[in-house]
Structure formats: C-alpha cells, structure tokens
Design a protein around this ligand. Structure first.
Ligand code: SF4
Ligand code: SF4
Length: 129
C-alpha cells in the first residue's frame, strides 16, 4: 500500500487560530487539523475514529471538525481514505529562516522524534530493543 501525502495549509488561512477556548489554552493554535470540503465525500470514517466526538456530519455530506472538542490527536488525518483532512504546516517559514543568513536558527528535537530518527539511521525500532 502506498503512502498518502498529507495535505497541508498555513496558519494565515485560519482566522483566530491563536485564540483560546474549548480544549485550547490561550496562545495555543486552534484548527491545526481541518477537513477540506473540496475533497470530503462524507464517508463517515473520521467520525467513527474520533474519540472526542469532534467530527460532525451525516453520511454523504461534507464533515467538519468542531475545534472546541478536537485534541489534535491526528487519527482522523491518517485514516481518511480520501486524503481530505489537512494539517497546518510551518515548513515554508522554516525553509525561509534556514535560507536567511541573518537568522540564527536553533532546533530542538522532540523526544518522540528522536526515536523515529534513530530508526532512519539503522537502529532497531523501539519496540524491538
Ligand atoms: S474520512 Fe475523509 S472523506 Fe470521509 S467523511 Fe471524514 S473527511 Fe470526509
Ligand atoms: S484530530 Fe483527533 S480529536 Fe481532532 S477531530 Fe481528528 S480524530 Fe478527532
């Protein structure tokens, strides 16, 4: 089975992305995961997967995510058979900073990423160590 490329969008596309409310604290980003109505066919897979009942919609109709209930677990994102669920991306901003000779770029790798990267360098998967 091939790997489906996850679609992305930018923070600028989400009004009030940095306001609090719902499961979000002030300063946290809202709407990091969203359903693209142009690609959703209303198959209902995501609604059954979501453990917080954050996804609304009838079968055959475009679904939507209630950001006040969404905890950004990403399960709907990786399980949508139609690639209709997108995630917010900051890759463009990072690439700009990396190219900017006047910017000092400091990277901090999250612990979970360390485990995944180790596999890329030939270490055994964590579950086999
Ligand atoms: S799984 Fe994808 S196509 Fe199906 S209802 Fe959810 S977003 Fe739409
Ligand atoms: S990211 Fe998780 S919590 Fe949010 S809508 Fe998708 S499955 Fe539900």
């Amino acid at each position: 089975m091939g790997v489906m490329k996850i679609r992305t969008f930018r923070e600028i596309d989400v009004p009030n992305a940095r306001s609090g409310g719902g499961t979000y604290r002030p300063g946290e980003l809202r709407g990091i995961v969203r359903i693209n109505p142009n690609h959703c066919v209303g198959c209902d897979t995501c609604r059954k997967i979501c453990r917080t009942n954050a996804i609304e919609g009838e079968i055959g109709v475009t679904h939507r995510i209630n950001v006040d209930r969404c905890i950004i677990c990403g399960q709907c994102l990786i399980n949508c058979p139609f690639g209709a669920i997108e995630q917010m991306s900051f890759v463009d901003e990072v690439m700009q900073k990396l190219k900017d000779k006047d910017s000092l770029v400091v990277a901090i790798v999250a612990p979970a990423v360390r485990v995944a990267i180790a596999e890329e360098f030939g270490n055994l998967p964590a579950r086999l160590r």
